[in-house]
Design a protein around this ligand. Structure first.
Ligand SMILES: Nc1ncnc2c1ncn2[C@@H]1O[C@H](COP(=O)(O)OP(=O)(O)OP(=O)(O)O)[C@@H](O)[C@H]1O
Length: 348
């Protein structure tokens, strides 16, 4: 099974529980071969969406399909989709081996598959211990083993990093990367974004049941920015603002420096400015610090040198998933506020 047959497609999906709209007109696609992070704050609708994908909850409207079919119409669901929802899904009195044997018998898989998975998930040494004494990490691994019994090409994991220690998170990263590297579709939800930072290639971000952003993390993150510390910050900012990397007028955000919270306030300053997202931008952070977007550290250093301006520190900063997520959700809030202002003339 390859390509489209493994694709997760959510189209105009909505789920209402009485007055509560858990998921609202949600549309996104999850591709095979990469780990996709399904991100959103508590109560955003991640679990509800994943439950709709596995047929545990029926949509109010819209569709949630795997390889073009809703879960209920898959020919051998456990061979197609493996899902983990609850870290405590195993019976405390059962051993890990017993637990897997029960599910193997239900799915019609041989005992040999149980042994294989105990080895694969690093549980062979604990196979005959009762799960009540298992750590969270061991439980998560046992749940993963259960989900993998049918060697499914699609994996849906709800908050798999919950309660894991740093070693457990590192192990999970390696394991999920390997599964995706084998061409599987891997969707994992989390509200702890730092957990996913090193793991996901694609992201789907939701908030209050609605889509905020979706796509490759590298695209959503944007290029790295450069943090500059200079005693000549004002003049350097002017030089960077005036720089024309490719003959185009750059867009410049002149910042309100000296704000007590040290935050950059971005103000659109240049007339005739470029408006595409890649335009260079300079945020003055106060205290002689600038954050430059759209130019690399070597270009910033060369420009400073050419104008005989001093640079005390130059750091390339990769976008942080948590920061970007906050920006994205803030952008959405601003857009909603703008819409409301447009409609009523009064900001919400
Ligand atoms: N069975 C239900 N009945 C009523 N409301 C529900 C039900 N299931 C979920 N909700 C509500 O739907 C919203 C979305 O919940 P959901 O569990 O899908 O969010 P989530 O993103 O998975 O959150 P978390 O990160 O906390 O697990 C919440 O407001 C929740 O209270």
């Amino acid at each position: 099974m390859t390509g489209d047959r493994q694709k997760i497609e959510v189209k105009h999906l909505t789920k209402r529980y009485g007055e509560v709209t858990a998921v609202s007109d949600l549309t996104f696609t999850v591709e095979p071969g990469v780990v996709t992070g399904f991100l959103g704050p508590n109560g955003a609708g991640k679990t509800t969406t994943m439950r709709m994908l596995t047929g545990l909850v029926s949509p109010t409207s819209g569709t949630a399909t795997i390889g073009g079919r809703p879960y209920a119409q898959l020919r051998r669901p456990s061979r197609t989709v493996g899902a983990v929802f609850d870290a405590n899904a195993c019976h405390p009195g059962h051993t890990a081996r017993d637990h897997l044997r029960v599910y193997a018998a239900m799915g019609g898989y041989p005992d040999g598959r149980v042994t294989e998975l105990l080895d694969l998930l690093d549980l062979a040494g604990a196979a005959d211990r009762r799960t009540r004494g298992f750590s969270t990490g061991m439980r998560q691994r046992l749940n993963l083993a259960t989900a993998l019994l049918g060697d499914p090409r699609v994996l849906l994991l709800d908050e798999p990093g919950n309660g894991l220690d740093p070693d457990g998170v590192r192990w999970l990263r390696g394991f999920l990367r390997r599964l995706a590297g084998e061409g599987r579709t891997v969707l994992i939800s989390s509200h702890v974004l730092s957990e996913l930072q090193q793991l996901v290639e694609d992201v789907v971000v939701i908030r209050r049941g609605e889509l905020v952003a979706a796509g490759p993390w590298s695209r959503l993150a944007g290029p790295p920015s450069v943090l500059v510390h200079s005693p000549d910050a004002d003049r350097l900012a002017a030089v960077l603002r005036d720089h024309r990397p490719d003959g185009d007028a750059p867009r410049v955000d002149a910042a309100a420096s000296g704000r007590p919270d040290g935050h950059a306030a971005r103000v659109e300053a240049a007339a005739g400015s470029r408006t595409d997202g890649d335009a260079p931008r300079v945020d003055a952070l106060g205290g002689g610090r600038l954050r430059v977007h759209g130019l690399g550290a070597p270009e910033v250093a060369d420009l400073a040198a050419a104008h005989r301006l001093r640079v005390h520190e130059l750091v390339t900063e990769r976008a942080d998933l948590e920061q970007r997520f906050l920006e994205l959700t803030k952008e959405l809030t601003n857009e909603l506020t703008d819409e409301l202002t447009d409609d009523t003339g009064i900001a919400a």
